[in-house]
Unconditional design. Structure first.
Lengths: 440, 262
């Protein structure tokens, strides 16, 4: 006989199934005719058929409760009227002529500026370049990690995709900036930005992705970016999330690294009501270098969750990861850093460090380093710390004439800058540094 | 340099202070005039370091009785940063490491806090760079130190030199050096002492807190005080330090006890 609590669990389970089906239908209805991509999308749809909307009963979502979303009927409609004035301050001088602006998941031809890219490099909208679709078959939604609910949801319904494709040995000096803006006339907008970056053998690029919003309206951004580094390719990637305070932001960054490639990523998250970043790196050849740095600074009732995975399956891989969180108010920060070192990944040299700064008695931090090492000849260092600002440090600064609040700001700044200093685009780095001095 | 007519920089009367409810300072008296160098010596646990922290306003210490006047101003009500900008400088026994803050930025922020407190405009980055390069000579520091994080990975001697660099920059009226000599090799000690001697003048005062007489070979004090049980129990000239070195502290303590019971 079922007890009362069993019944309520069943009911929510049904509700979650139905809710996910509803999201899938809404997403599918938004697909434009010229981007049918039937094979890719139907595969994702059949995967989703077997899935339910995540609950905290699943290990991957243990600390991030999405049930608040169940009460919201998201819609993909809504005319946006984003103007130059809205985004002007996000443009970086370094990326002039290499800027893609994506409004509610669609590349804006009016706002994008793509004048300074070398011949041969593809940067733009998949919707505008139907001829690319056949070439993308091996790449789009083909990376490991696509069998996951939100990634599949994006795959069934994305309405456009930003494509960045560098041919062999092409080195693009100008950093490429993608600005994602969500804006709705009404409320409860579902936006599914999609980005595909392919760096063919020997090519190199610097990429900035900036998810931005300044409204308090309820949005759901479900973003997916796939990066492919062929042999010896190099990508330096900065991912900035500063969405509006009513936004649920779920983002996937999946990086596939062929032999001798180098991926350096910095992910900084400041915005959203609830943000989850799934950051996955898969090695497909030997001697890859992967350096990933994360920073979260959240306050009030914000929730930010980073789940990273570095999966090594070949020898001589180098991995360096550092993730930091600054948590104030009643905010809740989650870090789950998984490193999987398979039997074949001998002579891997990996390190992972997670440092958390807790600024309030009511803030919460959950951190979980997760090292799964099968290979027997590897170096894997890891550590996790949670600390508060040290009163002795503050006193030291005070004794030099710096007031206590100024000392606190300086220490928070220092903590954050150890990550932000990794951002290679100077204006972006200095703007974020400036933002940190004003934070929260 | 003793000059009985010079300004009284620091006046401490019957100072009592506790930490976690335990009384450490038990009625301390001290007067320091401009131009003077004072040394405070004493055994571990005598309250020397506590005294230096109380002067600087460390929040862990509670003053329960007595007065501290700095240039005539009551400092007990002042926050630590206000004491600093008023001209009280504490060189720490264990200077803190602040990863992520460059020494140059730290020094500039501190210097500008002092300027702001005096009602002056902040100095810009370029003028500051000129100024600080000049001050580096005082402690024979290489300019590369400025671009490292504050004290991070510094050797013991480098940390202490960095404290004296801050003193050179901030030009305090009262410098309290808390065991700045502890753990230094002779070369570093000479550099640090040379810096202090260069900075000491007729308008400021220095209080050296030390275990060891050796520092006083390089910085010659006008007064040597011995602390025990939270008080200054005897005061003498520079020769007192030499006597303490050769005879230890026991005889001072005995004389004091005899005096108390007499």
């Amino acid at each position: 006989m079922a007890t009362v609590s069993d019944v309520s669990v069943l009911r929510t389970a049904d509700q979650r199934d139905a809710y996910l089906k509803g999201l899938v239908q809404i997403a599918q209805a938004a697909v434009p005719e010229n981007l049918a991509l039937e094979e890719v999308r139907s595969r994702a749809a059949s995967f989703l058929n077997e899935q339910t909307f995540p609950s905290t009963r699943q290990e991957d979502w243990r600390f991030t409760d999405l049930s608040a979303m169940l009460a919201i009927d998201f819609a993909t409609t809504g005319e946006a009227s984003v103007t130059e004035a809205d985004i002007a301050e996000l443009r970086l001088p370094e990326t002039a002529g290499a800027q893609v602006v994506v409004v509610n998941g669609r590349v804006s031809r009016e706002l994008s500026q793509l004048g300074s890219l070398p011949e041969g490099a593809v940067v733009g909208s998949l919707g505008d370049r139907p001829e690319l679709q056949s070439q993308l078959a091996d790449r789009l939604a083909q990376a490991s990690g696509n069998h996951e609910v939100f990634t599949a949801l994006n795959t069934v319904g994305f309405t456009d995709a930003v494509v960045v494709w560098l041919p062999r040995n092409q080195v693009v000096e100008t950093p490429i900036q993608i600005i994602y803006v969500s804006q709705a006339q009404g409320d409860s907008l579902l936006v599914q930005p999609r980005c595909l970056v392919v760096a063919e053998s020997g090519s190199a690029l610097t990429l900035v992705e900036d998810y931005w919003g300044n409204s308090t309206a309820t949005h759901f951004t479900n973003a997916v970016t796939e990066l492919w580094l062929d042999a010896n390719a190099q990508i330096t990637h900065s991912r900035i999330e500063r969405e509006g305070t009513g936004t649920f932001h779920i983002g996937k960054t999946v990086v596939t690294q062929a032999r001798d490639s180098q991926y350096i990523g910095v992910a900084a998250g400041f915005g959203a009501k609830l943000a989850r970043h799934n950051w996955e790196i898969y090695q497909t050849g030997e001697q890859t270098t992967t350096r990933i740095y994360g920073l979260g600074a959240i306050s009030a009732t914000q929730h930010a969750d980073t789940h990273s995975l570095v999966a090594l399956s070949h020898p001589h891989g180098i991995v360096e990861q550092e993730h930091k969180a600054i948590v104030d108010g009643k905010a809740h920060s989650v870090f789950n850093g998984r490193m999987a070192v398979a039997q074949k990944a001998q002579l891997t040299n990996a390190s992972q460090l997670n440092r958390n700064l807790l600024l309030s008695d009511q803030a919460r931090i959950d951190t979980k380093p997760q090292l799964e090492i099968v290979a027997d000849n590897v170096k894997c260092a890891h550590g996790a710390t949670v600390s508060q600002l040290q009163s002795d440090e503050i006193f030291y600064l005070q004794s030099r004439g710096i007031s206590a609040p100024q000392a606190q700001r300086l220490l928070i700044y220092a903590f954050a800058m150890e990550i932000l200093d990794r951002i290679p685009v100077e204006t972006l780095r200095s703007r974020l540094a400036e933002a940190i001095t004003q934070w929260p | 340099m003793i000059n009985d007519n010079s300004e009284i920089i620091l006046s401490v009367r019957d100072l009592r202070a506790t930490v976690d409810g335990t009384e450490i300072l038990k009625g301390l008296n001290l007067e320091v005039r401009a131009g003077e160098i004072h040394a405070i010596m004493g055994l571990n646990g005598s309250g020397k370091s506590t005294f230096s922290k109380v002067l600087a306003g460390h929040p862990d210490y509670e003053v329960t009785a007595g007065e501290i006047h700095f240039k005539g101003q009551d400092v007990l009500e002042l926050d630590p940063h206000d004491r600093a900008t008023a001209g009280i400088f504490l060189a720490f026994q264990y200077p803190l490491e602040i990863p992520g803050v460059s020494n140059r930025d730290f020094l500039r922020v501190a210097f500008n806090a002092h300027r702001k407190a005096r009602g002056e405009d902040e100095i810009d980055v370029f003028d500051f760079d000129d100024l600080i390069e000049e001050k580096l000579d005082v402690v024979k520091m290489d300019a590369s130190f400025l671009d490292r994080s504050v004290n991070e990975g510094f050797s013991g001697g480098e940390k202490k030199r960095n404290e004296i660099l801050q003193m050179a920059l901030l030009e305090p009226a009262l410098s309290i050096l808390d065991e700045t000599d502890s753990g230094l090799d002779i070369d570093a000690l000479k550099t640090v002492a040379g810096g202090v001697n260069q900075l000491a003048n007729a308008d400021n005062a220095v209080v050296l807190i030390t275990h060891y007489q050796r520092l006083l070979d390089y910085i010659v004090p006008d007064f040597v005080h011995v602390m025990a049980d939270g008080r200054i129990i005897t005061t003498g000239g520079k020769d007192l330090a030499k006597q303490l070195e050769s005879r230890g502290y026991e005889w001072v303590l005995e004389e004091f006890r005899a005096g108390v019971t007499a």
